[in-house]
Ligand binder design. Structure first.
Ligand code: BTN
Length: 269
């Protein structure tokens, strides 16, 4: 279901742009596509410049992390991918996930006033429920040249997530009248451009203070499952973005990835 006043045509959001490059390359604004990440990867391989984007009203094969699918019904969310060709060594590219999380948290806070927080490493939550997921995918051009497709799925209206996920998922509309998506888009692109340029110039330290202040995982009891399984208190992030978790025997563990449940968030008690 589309809302006339909530258009995502380029003509509706371009006047709101405050960025230098993001949103100013090649833009594909589609009614329907399989996955904006997939479309943008093809655009990148065909030479689309840094800052190009693909967004759509509806994805028929939206992709989530860990091989999951991402529910993306028409007009209900901001289904968006941004192409970055960052000035970073390739092994630092995964840190862009944190730039996207930070940027989306800032955009939601700025546009709606909601207390959106980051659940390490790449979810956005509000009121203990998931509002937005992030899927970063890389492609190589040569040994040193690469691109990153930064996909974000932000639930805006109530129909964005399936009813069976009501305990874990939320939309902006669950908390506030939904704002025009073009405003969220413009605020996100501005914040993403700033975060990526800080990461390029100052490394992870450039974004760490902002990340610490918006990350609800830090200071919380967490359960980690995946390559390692443990329960403890998340104390901090290290220079590579890993989560430092202290177990009750006093040992500090470095958690790189895996599913992390945070007490009080997304159904974990
Ligand atoms: C997650 O599993 O939490 C990540 C979900 C990412 C979904 C977004 S929607 C836009 C972009 N295109 C995709 O196919 N996936 C991402």
């Amino acid at each position: 279901m589309y809302h006339d006043s909530d258009s995502l045509d380029a003509a509706s959001w371009q006047p709101l742009l405050t960025t230098r490059l993001l949103g100013r390359g090649e833009n594909a604004c589609l009614l329907e596509t399989d996955s904006t990440n997939l479309r943008l990867r093809l655009m990148a391989q065909a030479g689309a410049p840094h800052g190009s984007l693909c967004l759509c009203e509806q994805q028929t094969a939206g992709r989530g992390r860990l091989g999951r699918s991402w529910h993306s019904p028409a007009g209900q969310g901001l289904w968006l991918s941004v192409l970055l060709r960052p000035k970073l060594p390739m092994d630092k590219a995964p840190l862009i996930t944190f730039c996207a999380a930070l940027a989306m948290a800032r955009a939601v806070r700025e546009v709606t006033g909601l207390d959106a927080q980051i659940k390490w490493p790449n979810d956005l939550v509000c009121g203990g429920k998931k509002l937005c997921g992030i899927l970063l995918e890389m492609g190589t051009v040569s040994d040193t040249e690469y691109f990153v497709v930064t996909g974000t799925g932000l639930n805006v209206r109530r129909g964005a997530y399936p009813p069976e996920l009501t305990g874990q998922a939320a939309s902006l509309e669950d908390f506030t009248p939904p704002p025009p998506r073009r405003e969220l888009l413009a605020a996100y692109l501005a914040a993403l451009e700033e975060a990526v340029s800080r990461l390029e110039s100052d490394g992870f330290d450039g974004i760490l203070p902002a990340l610490r202040s918006l990350c609800c995982t830090l200071g919380s009891r967490v359960h980690v499952s995946g390559a390692v399984t443990l329960t403890g208190t998340a104390e901090d992030l290290d220079a590579s973005g890993a989560l430092m978790v202290r177990t009750d025997d006093g040992q500090l563990h470095r958690v790189l990835s895996g599913d992390v449940s945070v007490r009080g968030v997304m159904g974990y008690v």
